[in-house]
Design a protein around this ligand. Structure first.
Ligand SMILES: [Zn+2]
Length: 308
């Protein structure tokens, strides 16, 4: 007779897909292990200080190490949400190539706020940077950073370009309550409502976080066929809150995962956390099936990056 731990009827080998990390800021790996301020905004100050200090060479060398860590953890592709500058974008591409991971460069558009190196002077200047990368053969996506960093005009122009070119469009939204309050004060709309109104929601759109999205915003995402990228270990680290996993599943909204600040690099931990969040919020077990979780970790991430 087999010992009890072997007599399970479960096959002895388990195949897992190559996972897709749909949202990374590789440089933030350097903040791992630090206390990083009292809340998201305090952490952001530390992050801005780090971002300001980095050289192109540090990006080239540091990102390769981070991408190797991703490969070792089971990620085979990464969407690098990049806002450190144009030369640094090429350094990130080189680092990924050297490490052997598939990279999609999600070039961040930053019209206001942040620090100098994040910003472009106009949507036209941004699109010039993007087209230069495309011409060099880099796989790209548009990434209006957030409704904090991009005005309505910027969002409209980028939304139009992404739709016309069938390129992925990634944008942070509804990560923190303050961002929603500021958006309501400026536009009379919540962030995902503003994205819908400016043409930034569509089947190629991935909204990163959506932690505090309300029911109306989730309906808009479902209607548009947009996806959500949930980053559970980072959202935990930053005290963002719990993603509305069950509500997303009920609406049939695609979910993918990202290592985001790279405080942890482990696709299985992201997926386990995602189901843990769903269980805590739903008050029951088995909210998301294992096959759905694996699909979130692989297929949905690939689709979010246009890698299908
Ligand atoms: Zn992010």
């Amino acid at each position: 007779m087999l010992p009890w731990w072997k007599d399970t009827g479960v096959a002895e080998t388990l195949s897992l897909p190559g996972f897709v990390n749909a949202h990374s800021h590789a440089f933030q790996r350097a903040l791992r292990g630090r206390t990083e301020g009292d809340d998201f905004w305090g952490w952001r100050d530390a992050m801005l200080e780090l971002a300001e200090s980095l050289t192109v060479e540090q990006v080239r060398v540091g990102y390769e190490q981070v991408y190797r860590e991703m490969l070792n953890a089971g990620y085979t592709a990464v969407g690098e949400f990049h806002y450190l500058g144009a030369a640094e974008a090429h350094a990130a591409v080189e680092a990924a190539s050297e490490a052997g991971i598939e990279l999609v460069l999600l070039l961040a558009a930053y019209g206001r706020g942040g620090i100098d190196r994040f910003r472009q002077g106009s949507p036209a200047e941004y699109l010039e940077q993007l087209e230069e990368l495309r011409a060099a053969g880099v796989r790209v996506g548009l990434a209006p950073h957030s409704v904090r960093a991009c005005t309505r005009d910027w969002l409209e122009e980028l939304g139009r370009y992404a739709a016309a070119e069938s390129l992925p469009l990634h944008v942070h939204a509804c990560e923190q309550p303050r961002e929603i309050e500021e958006c309501l004060a400026e536009h009379g709309l919540r962030p995902i409502e503003l994205l819908a109104e400016t043409g930034c929601l569509g089947p190629h759109t991935t909204v990163v976080h959506a932690t505090h999205a309300d029911g109306r915003e989730l309906d808009l995402l479902a209607e548009a066929g947009a996806r959500i990228c949930v980053c559970p270990t980072t959202e935990a680290n930053l005290g963002d809150g719990f993603a509305p996993v069950q509500e997303l599943c009920e609406r049939g909204i695609g979910i993918c995962v990202g290592s985001d600040s790279n405080v942890r690099i482990d696709p299985l931990e992201e997926l386990r956390e995602l189901e843990g969040i769903a269980r805590r919020r739903a008050g029951r077990r088995n909210v998301v099936s294992v096959s759905s979780l694996l699909c979130f970790g692989a297929d949905e991430g690939a689709a979010a990056l246009g890698l299908e």
